[in-house]
Design a protein around this ligand. Structure first.
Ligand code: ADP
Length: 372
């Protein structure tokens, strides 16, 4: 891998960047090599000159002797801190307070750093991820005296989509747990997704909690983390085999003008994008992988149909896309992180992720039609 930067980037890629005006922004993040990982075939680790500051928007990957170049809105080199990442999304987070529907996805194979990017490293507060940091930003604004007189109410829900079934991660009614029932092959409670006339999504019976402080949300995140389903694959013992969807609804009222806004911040840690052969799945794990592949390909089908302004956008093909329908396309703001492992053994999967992400980045969906 080579993160292209500085002068070379400016010379080689400037024109390409100018042409990329997709509404779905894509940030690529390459995580550092882990202690037990190898190195690139050329004997180097990721070669990017000096620091994150120098890193730009281009990334090159050499696979089977062939060089592949990609350009994104931003490439985070392995030395990027969580703070470096969050600075880049703070405006997007702010726009949820201004009444926008915002979706931030983390896409990539298992072990590429999605959960690290979203949640951080458990037990290392200085490495907390963009979910806790975005919430700190939002609650900081909420608690400060707003100069234009805005007051905000907030509601949180957290769910998981596992084998095309929704699970409420904040439900306290768990005996036996939905997770256990699913593992045993018995379907858990059925949650139904509904869209109302004003374009809002409701999941029947889903727990929605009014929140007043960042500490309350941290407590709920912790509860949700304990409820999540994890499965063992050859790739990562704790790999998440489900999509995790964190939703913050923000209701703003301006006390001087009576104006009202309703924003949504969806933060989504997608299930691993690896293909079947690599995860060595059989039985239940095979079923999981097929469900994951189905929903990830539905997500890309939706994004590409919106980009092509097709009459039929297949939102209903998966729970994930149906749930997020009001937040994809239209006036919504979407950002996708494509997380990449620097290890040579992951090069084929990384290439798939980069190809997918660069197609997403080229999409312009803002004025697309929004059909079901
Ligand atoms: P995923 O969610 O894609 O399966 P993880 O977020 O669990 O991957 O990351 C795999 C491992 O790599 C974890 O041990 C994680 O702490 C580590 N890791 C990922 N990204 C980084 C990073 N940017 N800096 C340091 N460690 C990271």
């Amino acid at each position: 891998y080579k993160v292209i930067e500085g002068e070379k980037l400016r010379k080689e890629l400037h024109n390409t960047i100018l042409e990329l005006k997709g509404n779905i922004r894509v940030f690529c993040r390459v995580r550092p090599l882990l202690p037990d990982e190898g190195c690139n075939t050329d004997g180097k680790l990721i070669s990017y000159p000096t620091s994150m500051e120098a890193a730009g928007r281009g990334i090159e990957l050499t696979h089977n002797g062939q060089k592949h170049s990609f350009t994104f809105d931003k490439v985070f080199a392995p030395d990027a801190s969580q703070e470096d990442v969050v600075i880049e999304i703070s405006q997007l987070v702010q726009s949820a307070l201004d009444g926008y529907k915002v979706c931030i996805f983390a896409y990539g194979q298992t072990g590429s750093g999605k959960t690290y990017t979203m949640m951080g490293r458990p037990g290392y507060p200085e490495e907390k991820g963009l979910i806790p940091r975005s919430l700190e930003q939002i609650f900081h604004i909420r608690q400060s005296q707003h100069p234009q007189g805005w007051k905000y109410e907030m509601q949180v829900s957290m769910l998981e989509i596992y084998n095309e079934t929704i699970r409420d991660l904040l439900s306290t009614n768990k005996s036996p747990s939905d997770a256990t029932r699913q593992e045993n092959g018995t379907p858990g409670k059925q949650y139904t997704i509904k869209h109302d006339a004003s374009g809002n999504t409701h999941v029947t019976d889903l727990t929605v909690v009014d929140v007043q402080s960042v500490e309350e949300v941290a407590f709920l995140l912790n509860r949700a983390a304990n409820s999540r389903s994890v499965g063992k694959t050859q790739m990562n013992e704790q790999s998440s085999r489900s999509h995790f969807v964190f939703t913050l609804r923000i209701y703003g009222v301006n006390e001087s003008t009576d104006q009202q806004v309703e924003g949504i911040l969806n933060l989504i840690d997608l299930a691993g994008s690896e293909r079947l052969s690599k995860s060595g799945s059989t039985g239940d794990r095979l079923k999981e992988t097929q469900a994951i592949n189905k929903s990830l390909s539905s997500l890309s089908d939706v994004i590409f149909a919106l980009a092509k302004k097709e009459d039929h956008v297949p939102f209903r093909n998966s729970k994930l896309t149906y749930l997020l329908q009001p937040c994809l396309g239209g006036d919504s703001k979407t950002l996708m992180f494509v997380n990449i492992s620097p290890d040579q053994s992951s090069a084929a999967e990384s290439l798939c992720s980069l190809r997918f992400a660069s197609r997403v980045n080229a999409c312009e969906i803002g004025t697309a039609r929004r059909n079901t």
